[in-house]
Design a protein around this ligand. Structure first.
Ligand code: NAD
Ligand code: TYD
Length: 355
């Protein structure tokens, strides 16, 4: 038995691959295009492991994906591959449309063709798990209840709109063709291997480098944070026990304002690696021009996943964020290797005009 994972060299995908192979012996084909966000170094510990086959390919490459599905008799696909950064989607939405919409469509077509030819028992057992985001539901007011699976889709950024489109395609392939799909919509993740363009790793890195910690707008925007390993365990649970055609929201019941998250990071860094001058890293917090169309609040009600499939996160925000800061302090070599020329030009593009 073998599963196929897409985007397995990115942040969540590589954590999933590492956890999957640590938890069981089922082989895994890992398809990743290796965009700026894909990093084979995340998978270095798997070198020589015969259970892991890495293939550099685009999910939009129908012929390549069809061949891989057949050649490895794949029994399930977990689709992580995507363009994932909201700010990049604002500066240049094209790649988001190509990968998240067109790429997902071509992948679904390859899977549909393969699945259609399977013998009846394999057909019944097959699963296509699509990894999506809470951002498809739009923005909540302060007093609104958290998103359930029944919330209306109201995506506000090119990123969330492109993810919403892919969710709709996945749904349609189930209703129209009977493809056995599962969709998960998760809140903001954090943890090891998080690319330092996103709030938490960016602020850890900037703090250590003595640079400003850029807070968009007033910093009171709320995100619901989940430790990445908990996201991975939720996906394993949904893959094993989820009901075909269903959506499962995944979250950690950890709503935090951005400013509070950054203050927490500073407090932990002050303790673990104090600034040479003895002042707090919080001194580096800088308010900058807000993100256009910035969603005010996301919050996930993960009650369905808990009630129906028995999943629970293992980490609280306090334990998870401490582990994360510790990981970045211990893996400065990993960080230095991703701070390439491309990363520097992104920082210039995103932060230069914010004042
Ligand atoms: P990421 O940007 O770190 O990684 C994406 C990976 O996909 C990279 O390895 C990249 O090389 C690969 N990729 C991009 N385009 C591809 C293509 N056309 N073909 C093959 N591979 C391609 O993203 P992430 O944060 O790990 O997110 C993974 C998935 O989880 C995404 O679908 C995202 O929408 C979803 N998600 C992310 C979060 C979060 O907080 N990061 C939360 C909820 C859902
Ligand atoms: P991010 O990590 O980009 O995730 P998302 O936009 O998918 O939620 O951002 C998390 C929050 O942090 C979001 O409200 C935007 C904010 N933010 C900043 O305030 N400063 C920054 O430099 C970045 C990258 C994000």
């Amino acid at each position: 038995m073998t599963i196929l994972v897409t985007g397995g060299a990115g942040f969540i995908g590589s954590n999933f691959v590492l956890d999957w192979l640590a938890a069981n012996d089922e082989a895994l084909v890992n398809v990743d295009k290796l965009t700026y966000a894909g990093n084979p170094e995340n998978l270095a510990s798997l070198q020589g492991d015969p259970r892991h086959l890495f293939v550099q390919a685009d999910i939009g490459d129908f012929a390549r994906l069809s061949a891989l599905l057949h050649d490895h008799a794949i029994r399930a696909v977990v689709n992580f591959a995507a363009e994932s950064h909201v700010d990049r989607s604002i500066h240049g939405p094209e790649d988001f449309i190509q990968t998240n919409i067109v790429g997902s469509f071509r992948l679904l077509e390859a899977v549909r063709g393969y699945w259609h030819e399977l013998p009846q028992d394999a057909k019944l057992a097959f699963r296509f798990l699509h990894v999506s985001t809470d951002e498809v539901y739009g923005s909540l007011e302060k007093t609104d209840p958290p998103f359930t699976e029944r919330n209306q889709y109201q995506p506000n950024s090119p990123y969330s709109a492109s993810k919403a489109a892919s969710d709709h395609l996945v749904r349609a392939y189930h209703h129209t063709y009977g493809l056995p799909v599962l969709t998960t919509n998760c809140s903001n993740n954090y943890g090891p291997y998080h690319f330092p363009e996103k709030l938490i790793p960016l602020c850890i890195q900037n703090a250590l480098a003595g640079k400003p910690l850029p807070i968009y707008g007033d910093g009171r925007q709320i995100r619901d944070w989940l430790y990445v390993k908990d996201h991975c365990s939720a996906i394993r649970t949904v893959l094993a026990k989820g009901k075909v055609g269903e959506i499962y929201n995944i979250g950690g019941w950890n709503e935090k304002a951005n400013l509070d998250v950054v203050h927490t990071l500073c407090r932990i860094l002050d303790e673990l690696q104090p600034r040479p001058d003895g002042l707090s890293y919080a001194k580096q917090i800088t308010f900058v021009t807000d993100r256009p169309g910035h969603d005010r609040r996301y919050a996930i009600d993960a009650g369905k996943l808990q009630r129906e499939l028995g999943w629970q996160p293992a980490e609280t925000f306090e334990t998870g964020i401490r582990k994360t800061v510790g990981w970045y302090l211990e893996h400065q070599d990993w960080v230095q290797n991703v701070l390439s020329g491309d990363y520097q030009s992104w920082l210039e593009k995103n932060y230069a005009g914010r004042g």
